[in-house]
Write a protein that binds this ligand. Structure first.
Ligand SMILES: Cc1cc2nc3c(=O)[nH]c(=O)nc-3n(C[C@H](O)[C@H](O)[C@H](O)COP(=O)(O)OP(=O)(O)OC[C@H]3O[C@@H](n4cnc5c(N)ncnc54)[C@H](O)[C@@H]3O)c2cc1C
Length: 298
């Protein structure tokens, strides 16, 4: 096991040992990160990547932890949270963000500046880096619609700039970014009336309040939309609304969400995911694919 004292020396209060995933993921469940670091600049993130590489420490990079489930056994090695990488620059038709920017801030700022194309993704509770990595989207818009390019760090320590056309991606996936640590992203827009964009934003935020169980911890939709259907419809049709394992439940407000009722372990949530998949398969023959990412050992 590496000696993590150089990391502690470098990051001080921004380096914690044994921080619970309940404190850095929106599921509010799961085990501890062996070492949790919040780099304050890209230079610090790059230092950390290089340190992990030369010391053989596993590294997991997370934004807001809003699309992941961390095992109750925890996360070995270093977990880096990008929240402090939060610079954002707006120009006439583009926004460039560091990856830790809150996605909804980007959606709001672009709408306020009359930059159209991401206003319907308002309310997605991740970071810009997580949104790009997942090609997050909602109400017919997705991150890659407006993405122009990303800047990233390769596993061999190079900084690269990739154009969207060179990044294979699709619905809730960006396989062209696998293995890269994203540093910043540039989005380019059409111009539109800010009042109209802000109105669209308000409608979308209101629709989320109405449809989603936002009062309970979750990581959004647990499963991807299967072709020609909705995971939530299939789960509801299998009679699973409100179905519980331990402290985890299929939301009775939106069957696509698995929620933490307060005391869920990651094992409860994982067992519920599997049970939902099995029962939907038995009821409708559809294999649901997990949208959320499992981290650690399950
Ligand atoms: C209430 C709720 C509603 C949601 N609604 C939606 C929705 O409408 N549409 C939707 O698409 N999603 C939705 N989500 C899921 C989630 O918010 C998105 O997937 C979001 O984009 C994840 O961002 P994050 O920063 O939290 O990523 P994380 O969960 O922190 O990470 C997700 C993945 O991205 C990787 N990653 C993060 N940052 C970087 C980086 N800088 N470099 C490389 N890899 C990185 C992580 O390693 C991980 O593999 C919802 C979640 C919740 C809780």
């Amino acid at each position: 096991m590496p000696d993590y004292s150089p990391v502690k020396e470098k990051f001080g209060a921004h380096c914690l040992f044994g921080a619970s995933a309940a404190d850095f993921t929106t599921y509010r469940a799961g085990g501890a990160a062996e070492v949790l670091v919040r780099p304050g600049s890209r230079e610090e993130l790059l230092w950390l990547v290089a340190w992990c590489r030369s010391n053989g420490a596993p590294l997991t990079v997370l934004g807001r932890g809003s699309n992941v489930l961390v095992s109750d056994k925890g996360l070995p090695g270093v977990t880096a949270l990008t929240a402090r990488l939060s610079k954002i620059e707006i120009s006439a038709n583009a926004v460039t963000t560091e990856v830790g920017v809150i996605w909804d801030d980007l959606a709001r700022v672009s709408a306020e500046n009359g930059l159209a194309g991401l206003e319907k993704t308002s309310g997605i509770p991740g970071s810009a880096g997580g949104a790009v990595r997942m090609n997050a989207g909602a109400f017919g818009q997705e991150t890659f619609d407006r993405l122009a390019r990303v800047e990233a760090f390769t596993p061999t320590g190079e900084i690269v700039s990739l154009e969207k056309k060179d990044i294979p991606h699709g619905y809730r996936r960006a396989e062209g970014l696998e293995g890269l640590i994203l540093l910043s992203a540039r989005f380019e827009f059409e111009k539109a009336d800010p009042a109209v964009l802000l109105q669209d934003r308000s409608c979308v935020l209101a629709a989320r309040e109405i449809a989603q169980p936002l009062q309970f911890p979750s990581a959004g939709s647990a499963f991807k939309r299967p072709p020609g259907d909705y995971a939530s419809r299939l789960i509801d049709a299998a009679g699973l609304k409100g179905f519980k394992i331990g402290g985890a439940a299929v939301s009775d407000k939106h069957a696509g969400f698995i929620v933490n009722m307060g005391s869920a372990t990651a094992s409860d949530i994982y067992a519920l995911m599997n049970e939902v998949r099995a029962r939907v398969k038995a009821n409708s023959g559809v294999d649901l694919e997990l949208e959320q990412i499992l981290l650690g050992e399950f």
